[in-house]
Design a protein around this ligand. Structure first.
Ligand code: NAD
Ligand code: LMR
Length: 328
């Protein structure tokens, strides 16, 4: 058995937390041979509810759960953390765009970036789930001078999984046969779910579906799925978001499958003409815990327009949080 690793989760008493913690404890995120110590952060009024969640974690008798720490202080919850999942933030309500949460949630991520920088493991891998996830990741990253920019990522994996599922339903083929799906850009309605490189059982996806469905149905359905769930459930997605967070971290820690890639929101290095520094969804492969952008993919005029539109929105979000004094 390996030595335990420390996994910090913020917003741990919230609805995503309730789906996420038990799967981390079960080994779904880091593997069946990796014990974990959960370090759970909440706001002070939620600590009582968090204690109830901890009681349930105990009652799960998970063999891999080597300890649980709870706190309302990021300096405690992030101490020596090897992985940090920043979930704690307000969810949007019906009629809002995720960017509308910037002023409410942006302020959470500056002190959390500072605390991660001070006390987390120097190799900590950070995933931001709280919306607007890409720009919140940028805020945390910019306030963590002792950590490397690439240690901060944002979740576009839920969009990636939604895209797999929509394509599977349309083609009648299982998700397991789909490769090379990409979500470019922001976790927002400007995202670009790109089928141009995707294959289904080895056949190009765009040979199996028509362009009208791709542009008029698939892209908006994936991009607006979060709003559709809020409308139907009366609350934002939680179990599917937790599952996507598990998938993101698992691939980052343990690697991606040969011949395939996944989508991660990561700091742009200027690849594909995306302005450097934006936290932008890219196709990535992972080896030995290090992700790399898949290079050399052709970009059609349609893709260019879609990729630029979502980069423009992220640039505007960055300018907005600059005005709030949250990034340089
Ligand atoms: P929730 O309201 O059920 O839970 C959020 C929790 O965060 C609450 O318990 C709250 O007390 C806690 N919290 C608030 N501020 C905190 C702070 N400063 N430190 C620690 N904890 C804090 O919300 P939820 O449904 O779990 O969603 C959480 C966030 O995730 C929302 O912003 C939501 O929009 C976002 N989300 C993102 C994705 C994605 O794909 N990136 C998917 C689903 C939800
Ligand atoms: C989602 O995509 O389901 C989440 O980001 C929640 C939301 O506000 O849509």
């Amino acid at each position: 058995m390996k030595n335990p690793v420390r996994v910090a989760v913020t917003g741990a008493a919230g609805q995503i937390g309730y789906s996420l913690l038990f799967r981390i404890a079960s080994g779904a995120m880091l593997g069946d041979d990796q014990p974990v110590i959960l370090q759970l952060l909440e706001v002070t009024p939620a600590l009582k509810a968090l204690n109830g969640v901890v009681m349930e974690l105990q009652d799960g008798a998970y063999p891999l759960l080597a300890g649980v720490v709870t706190s309302d202080d990021p300096m405690v919850a992030f101490k020596d953390a090897d992985y940090a999942l920043l979930v704690g933030a307000m969810p949007r309500k019906a009629g809002m765009e995720r960017g509308d949460l910037l002023s409410a949630n942006g302020g959470i991520f500056k002190p959390q970036g500072e605390a991660l920088s001070e006390v987390a493991s120097p190799d900590v891998k950070v995933l931001v789930v709280g919306n607007p996830a890409n720009t919140n990741a940028l805020i945390a990253q910019q306030n963590a001078p002792k950590l490397k920019p690439e240690q901060f990522t944002a979740m576009v994996r839920l969009d990636h999984n939604r895209a797999l599922s929509q394509l599977s339903a349309k083609t009648g083929k299982p998700v397991s046969g789909i490769r090379r799906m990409t979500i470019w850009g922001n976790h927002s309605s400007t995202q670009y779910p790109d089928l141009s490189q995707t294959t289904v059982d080895g056949t190009p996806a765009l040979d199996l579906v028509d362009q009208a469905w791709y542009e008029g149905d698939f892209i908006p359905t994936v991009a607006k799925r979060g709003a559709a769930i809020i409308e139907a459930r009366g609350a934002s997605s939680a179990a599917s978001a937790a599952s996507a967070a598990i998938d993101h971290m698992r691939n980052w820690a343990l690697g991606t499958a040969e011949g395939d890639w996944v989508s991660m929101g990561i700091p742009s290095d200027g690849s594909y003409g995306v302005p450097e520094g934006l936290i932008y969804g890219f196709p990535v492969t992972v080896k030995d815990g290090v992700y790399s952008i898949v290079q050399g993919l052709p970009v059609s005029d349609f893709s260019r327009r879609m990729m630029d539109a979502t980069a423009k929105e992220l640039t505007e979000e960055r300018d907005a949080v600059r005005d709030l004094g949250l990034v340089k």
